[in-house]
Design a protein around this ligand. Structure first.
Ligand SMILES: *[C@@H]1O[C@H](CO)[C@@H](O)[C@H](O)[C@H]1NC(C)=O
Ligand SMILES: *[C@@H]1O[C@H](CO)[C@@H](O)[C@H](O)[C@H]1NC(C)=O
Ligand SMILES: *[C@@H]1O[C@H](CO)[C@@H](O)[C@H](O)[C@H]1NC(C)=O
Ligand SMILES: *[C@@H]1O[C@H](CO)[C@@H](O)[C@H](O)[C@H]1NC(C)=O
Ligand SMILES: *[C@@H]1O[C@H](CO)[C@@H](O)[C@H](O)[C@H]1NC(C)=O
Length: 272
C-alpha cells in the first residue's frame, strides 16, 4: 500500500510533467505564430527585356506591428553575393553582385507596411532565375522565392487594311509567338502571320486577317510560353480601337518537373 506521502509525491511528479507539457505546447504555438510570414503574390513574374520588373515580396508579423529594425536580403540562386541588402534603414551593398549594381531598389517608404518588393531595372536575359526574399525583424523570420523569366512582349497595333480586313503589328516578341484571331462568337478566323527578326532573337509580328470585317468586335491573341496578349479590336466606321490585356502564364512545366523529380526521388528511395 502506498502511503499518503507517496501518493502526493507521485501526483506532484505527474502534475509537473503535465504542466511542463502544456507550457511547451503553448510556447511552440506562440513561437510558430510569432514567426509571421513572408510571401509573394507573383511567384512567376515575366520580365520584358529592357524594361523594369517588380519582384513582389511582402511580410507580416504576428501582431501586425513592424519594428523599424527590418533586415531584408534579396539573393539569386547560383550567384555569389547579394542582389540587394537592407539593414538599419539603409542599403548595404558591400556584398552586392556586380550584375545588379545600380539596377535594383527596394521601396524604403513602404517597408514598415510589410512591403519588401524589389524593383529590377532594364531587365536582361541573364536576370532569369530564382530569387529569394528573406526578411528578419521582431515577429517575423522567413523567405519567399520568386522565379523570374525573361522575354519580350508588346501590345499589337491593329489597323484596318485596304482590302477591308484587319492587320495586327506588334513590334517585339520573344520567344516567337503564335497568333490567333477570333470573331465575337469565339470562332477562329483564317489569318497569315509573318515574323521579322530584330536583335537578340526578338521578332516583329505582323498578322493579316484573311476575312473581310464588318462593324463589330474581333479578338487577336498573341501568345508564347511566357505571356498571352489578348487584344480586343472594336471596328466602327473607318476606325479600329484596341485594348490589350497581358497575362503571364504560370509555369506548368516547372511545377511538373518538380513533381516528377520529387516522385523520382521517392521512387529511388523505395527501390533502395
Ligand atoms: C510595394 O510598394 C511599391 C511602391 O509603392 C508598389 O509599387 C508595389 O506594388 C508594392 N508591392 C506590394 C507587394 O505591395
Ligand atoms: C498604328 O498603325 C498606324 C497605321 O500604320 C500608325 O499610323 C500608328 O502610328 C500606329 N500606332 C502605333 C501606336 O504604333
Ligand atoms: C454568332 O452566332 C450567332 C448565332 O449563332 C450568329 O447569328 C452570328 O452570325 C454569329 N456571328 C459571327 C460573327 O459569326
Ligand atoms: C481557311 O483556309 C482554309 C485553307 O486555306 C480554307 O479551306 C477555308 O475555307 C478557310 N476558311 C475560311 C472561313 O475562310
Ligand atoms: C488582305 O491583304 C493581306 C495582305 O496584304 C492578305 O494577307 C489578306 O488575306 C487579305 N485579306 C482578304 C480578306 O483578302
Amino acid at each position: 500500500m502506498a502511503s499518503i506521502g507517496q501518493i502526493i509525491f507521485w501526483s506532484m511528479i505527474v502534475l509537473i510533467f503535465v504542466i511542463a507539457g502544456i507550457i511547451i505546447l503553448l510556447l511552440a504555438i506562440a513561437f510558430s505564430v510569432s514567426q509571421g510570414s513572408v510571401v509573394t503574390n507573383t511567384p512567376f513574374p515575366v520580365g520584358n527585356l529592357g524594361k523594369d520588373v517588380m519582384l513582389g515580396c511582402k511580410f507580416q508579423t504576428k501582431t501586425g506591428q513592424i519594428s523599424s529594425s527590418v533586415s531584408i536580403t534579396w539573393q539569386k540562386d547560383g550567384l555569389t553575393g547579394v542582389v540587394y541588402q537592407f539593414q538599419n534603414n539603409a542599403g548595404h551593398l558591400q556584398d552586392q553582385n556586380p550584375q545588379f549594381k545600380n539596377r535594383v531598389t527596394l521601396f524604403p517608404d513602404v517597408i514598415t507596411t510589410g512591403n519588401a518588393s524589389l524593383l529590377l531595372r532594364t531587365v536582361r536575359m541573364e536576370d532569369e532565375g530564382v530569387y529569394r526574399c528573406s526578411v528578419t525583424a521582431s515577429g517575423v523570420t522567413g523567405s519567399a522565392s520568386i522565379r523570374l523569366r525573361v522575354g519580350a512582349f508588346s501590345a499589337p497595333n491593329i489597323t484596318r487594311s485596304e482590302n477591308n480586313s484587319l492587320a495586327a503589328n506588334a513590334p517585339r516578341w520573344l520567344p516567337k509567338p503564335d497568333v490567333t484571331w477570333l470573331d465575337l462568337n469565339g470562332s477562329q478566323l483564317n489569318s497569315s502571320t509573318q515574323f521579322s527578326t530584330l536583335t537578340m532573337g526578338i521578332v516583329q509580328v505582323t498578322s493579316n486577317l484573311q476575312v473581310q470585317v464588318t462593324d463589330g468586335i474581333y479578338t487577336c491573341i498573341i501568345q508564347n510560353a511566357l505571356v498571352t496578349a489578348l487584344s480586343t479590336a472594336t471596328v466602327t466606321g473607318n476606325g479600329v480601337s484596341t485594348t490589350t490585356d497581358f497575362t503571364f502564364n504560370s509555369s506548368p512545366n516547372i511545377m511538373k518537373s518538380h513533381v516528377i523529380s520529387t516522385s523520382f526521388i521517392l521512387f529511388c528511395m523505395l527501390v533502395r
